[in-house]
Design a protein around this ligand. Structure first.
Ligand code: DPM
Length: 296
C-alpha cells in the first residue's frame, strides 16, 4: 500500500509539474492516521490530499456474502486489532465476538477468505479502495455505528520543514477542507495525549464555513464512553501577503495556502473538545484502557 499511495501522489505532482522529473526520495507519503501529532524535529506534513471516504467498512467471508453485522449469527467472530473499532462495535453488536487479526491488507483478506476463523473483518474503506478492493466492501459503518480514527482516509506528504522548494511544490496538493478537518482531529488527539493505539474516535463535517467536530473516548469493551460535538466558524479570507507566520505548523501540518486564522480556529476546536471530554473524565477512561491493553 505504501508504494501505491506514493505512486498516486507522484502522479498528481507529475500532472502539476510536467517538466520535473520525480524520483522517490524527497517526500514520504503516509496515511495521515499513522502519523503522530508531533513529528520529529526538522520534518513537517507539507500536504494533506483530499480525503477518501473516512468510514470503516466490513468485509465478509464469502459464505456471508450479502449479510450485515446485525444479521450475523450469535457469537460470530469479527477480526480487528483496532481498539477503537472493537470498543464501539462490541457495544453496538453485543451478539458478536471480536478477535485480533494482524498483517497487511493482503494477509488479512487471505486469512479471512481461506480459513474459517473469521465471519468478517473491519478495515478502512479508504485503504480497500486504494488497493482496488472496493468491491469487497459488504457494509459501510455509519458514524452512528462507528466513529473513525483521527486522520483516517487522508494521505499525507512528509517533507523537510526547511526545504522551501519542495514545500512550495507539494503544497499544491493540499485540500483545504481536509486540512482543516484533520487539524481539528489531530489537535483533539494531541490534547487527549492519545497515541495510535487508544480507543479515540472522531467525525468531522465542514459545511457552509462551519466546522463540526464530534469526538469520543471508550473503555475497551465500549461500556464506558464519552462523546461530544462542538463547532466553530472557519470562514476566513485568504491573506495575500507572505507574513512571517507562513511556516507555522499546526499539529505537524504546514499549509501555506490555507488561511492561518482558519487553521487556528480548527486547532482550537480540537483542543476545546478534548478539554470538555477531559473535564468529564476522559483521562480516567483512557488510562484504564491503556493499562488493560498493555496487560493483554
Ligand atoms: C491506525 C489504526 C489502524 C491502522 C487504528 C485504528 C488499524 C489497525 C488494525 C492508527 N492505523 O484505525 O483504530 O485494524 O489492526 C492503517 C490502515 C490504513 C492506514 C488500515 C485500516 C488505511 C486507511 C487510511 C492501520 N493505517 O485502517 O484498515 O489511509 O486511512
Amino acid at each position: 500500500m505504501a508504494r501505491i499511495q506514493t505512486d498516486s501522489v507522484v502522479m498528481m505532482l507529475r500532472e502539476l509539474y510536467p517538466d520535473l522529473c520525480f524520483e522517490i526520495v524527497d517526500l514520504v507519503v503516509h496515511s495521515l492516521k499513522d502519523l503522530p501529532t508531533c513529528l520529529p524535529p526538522g520534518f513537517t506534513i507539507g500536504a494533506v490530499c483530499k480525503r477518501e471516504n473516512p468510514l470503516d467498512a466490513v468485509v465478509f467471508h464469502p459464505k456471508n456474502c450479502g449479510k450485515t453485522l446485525s444479521l450475523l449469527p450469535e457469537k460470530s467472530v469479527i477480526g480487528t486489532s483496532s481498539l477503537r473499532r472493537a470498543a464501539q462495535l462490541k457495544k453496538k453488536f453485543p451478539h458478536l465476538e471480536f478477535r485480533d487479526i494482524r498483517g497487511n491488507l493482503n494477509t488479512r483478506l487471505k486469512k479471512l477468505d481461506e480459513k474459517e476463523d473469521f465471519s468478517a473483518i473491519i478495515l478502512a474503506a479508504a485503504g480497500l479502495k486504494r488497493m482496488g478492493w472496493e468491491s469487497r466492501i459488504g457494509q459501510l459503518l455509519s458514524p452512528e455505528d462507528c466513529l473513525y480514527a483521527v486522520g483516517q482516509g487522508a494521505l499525507a506528504v512528509e517533507v523537510r520543514a526547511k526545504d522551501q522548494e519542495i514545500l512550495n511544490m507539494v503544497s499544491a496538493l493540499h485540500d483545504a477542507d481536509t486540512v482543516l478537518c484533520c487539524i481539528a482531529e489531530r489537535a483533539f488527539m494531541k490534547r487527549l495525549e492519545g497515541g495510535c493505539s487508544v480507543p479515540v474516535a472522531v467525525n468531522t463535517l465542514l459545511k457552509d464555513g462551519q466546522l463540526y467536530l464530534t469526538g469520543a473516548v471508550y473503555s475497551l469493551d465500549g461500556s464506558d464512553s464519552l462523546k461530544e460535538t462542538m463547532q466553530t466558524s472557519v470562514s476566513y479570507p485568504h491573506q495575500n501577503e507572505d507574513g512571517p507566520n507562513d511556516d507555522v505548523q499546526h499539529v505537524g501540518i504546514t499549509a501555506k495556502n490555507v488561511p492561518g486564522q482558519a487553521q487556528e480556529a480548527a486547532e482550537n476546536l480540537g483542543v476545546a473538545l478534548a478539554s470538555l471530554l477531559l473535564s468529564k473524565g476522559a483521562k480516567h477512561i483512557l488510562s484504564v484502557a491503556r493499562q488493560l491493553n498493555d496487560a493483554r
